[in-house]
Ligand binder design. Structure first.
Ligand code: FMN
Length: 211
């Protein structure tokens, strides 16, 4: 009996040590951090409870910055892309049409990790890519793309806004791809914050920067 307990304790100890050392190693390993960023973003796409499911998208409106929350709908490590869905008649599309430079800001409170992405936005509307995504969407998700009044327009009353569902792809449905130029990663810790940067011009190799 004592041997069994001792053995169990030993297994628990080795498992815990392995877990802790992997975590600590990752904290100081640029390649590990890079892998982890993509792992977290991947989870963000599919798990609505993840801290990475939504992000703040910043656009430039003339010389005025603007931002809003959007849902992360896709991430592609091979092609260094993120994507989100939006209404083609929204203000953010106007901003992007005039200036494709955008920033995406994520913060996971539990993990205490901030990911800050800079990129060039590309607007997809009415193409095969949109059509394929549209067909996989639920009716509930499709509904907001049938709005009779464009987002951001002034209305007399909230009741003026109606959604009339038509059984065809809405021309409002747009997918924005963000082609990533740089990723800034910040991990908060009582024992000291850690920050790293991954840039396209350095082939996303990664470098440490002061937090
Ligand atoms: C949790 C949350 C998720 C949202 N997701 C999206 C989204 O995926 N796409 C989108 O266009 N707007 C989304 N919105 C609404 C936007 O934040 C914003 O109000 C709207 O798109 C109009 O922005 P614009 O006038 O800057 O274009 C979301 C809002 C919240 C609070």
């Amino acid at each position: 009996m004592i041997t069994a307990v001792a053995q169990l304790l030993y297994y628990l100890y080795t498992f815990l040590m392995k877990f802790i050392s992997e975590k600590t190693m990752n904290q100081y390993n640029l390649k590990g951090i890079y892998q982890e960023i993509w792992e977290y973003l991947g989870i963000g796409v599919v798990d609505r409870n993840s801290g990475f499911h939504t992000f703040s998208l910043a656009t430039i409106n003339g010389d005025i910055p603007d931002n809003r929350t959007v849902v992360l709908r896709g991430c592609d490590k091979e092609n260094m892309k993120l994507s989100f869905n939006t209404n083609n008649f929204s203000k953010k599309i106007k901003h992007i049409s005039n200036n494709y430079k955008v920033s995406a800001l994520f913060y996971d409170k539990e993990k205490k990790i901030q990911i800050r992405i800079m990129g060039n936005a590309y607007i997809n509307n009415g193409n095969l890519y949109c059509q394929e995504k549209w067909e996989k969407m639920s009716d509930q998700s499709k509904e907001c793309y049938y709005q009779n009044i464009n987002p951001g327009d002034v209305i007399d009353s909230p009741d003026d806004v109606k959604t009339k569902i038509i059984n065809e792809t809405s021309i409002s449905f747009t997918i924005v791809d963000i082609n990533i130029n740089s990723i800034d990663w910040l991990s908060l810790s009582a024992s000291g914050h850690t920050r790293a940067r991954f840039m396209k011009e350095n082939k996303f190799d990664g470098e440490w920067i002061a937090p």
